[in-house]
Design a protein around this ligand. Sequence first.
Ligand SMILES: Cc1cc2nc3c(=O)[nH]c(=O)nc-3n(C[C@H](O)[C@H](O)[C@H](O)COP(=O)(O)O)c2cc1C
Length: 181
Amino acid sequence: MVKPGTHVAVDAKGLSLAFREAFRCHPAGVAIVTADPGTGPIALTVSSLISVSAEPPLVALSLSQRSSTAGALMSAETVVIHLARFSDLELAQLAATSGADRFGPDVAWERLPTGEPRYTAIGTWFRARLRGTLPLEGATLVAAELLDGAVAPSGERPESDSLVYLDRRWHRLGAPDSADG
Ligand SMILES: Cc1cc2nc3c(=O)[nH]c(=O)nc-3n(C[C@H](O)[C@H](O)[C@H](O)COP(=O)(O)O)c2cc1C
């Protein structure tokens, strides 16, 4: 643990620890990626989703080699990327639980006309075509192009509060304390 107010230079040996410490304190949004690569519906919670470009709309995410679901996700042609809000916390936890039935009888989901599974409780989602992968040590960077989807209106209702993952905990982020960006 680094003492507040101090800066610690990091050498190559301490880099891995510093990396974990730095990203532990770096808040991330939460998304759930679903697909059916031909073997049935699969889902995975990710905090690595980033927007890459708006024209055409491209996103990227990192899939860990340790994930038992990641390989199947990468073998799908298309996926559905759901942007989770705080009200979607239970689904995000479910889709992060190894071995859990992510499409059980208590889970609201449907198949899109194009066949991909979609969680119907999540209002903001995009269908996306996988465009390319960059295999790296421990993880693969995946790029995807958005094809269609829906966006839930934002606002001051509790269900529109953001879901943020920080310091291995889930957080609710509402409207106050914002600054123009
Ligand atoms: C908040 C959160 C964010 C996560 N982000 C990623 C991610 O970006 N990439 C990834 O491969 N796994 C990520 N995981 C791990 C997977 O969601 C999942 O827990 C793990 O792969 C084990 O499930 P599996 O055996 O079905 O793969 C994240 C987990 C949590 C809780």
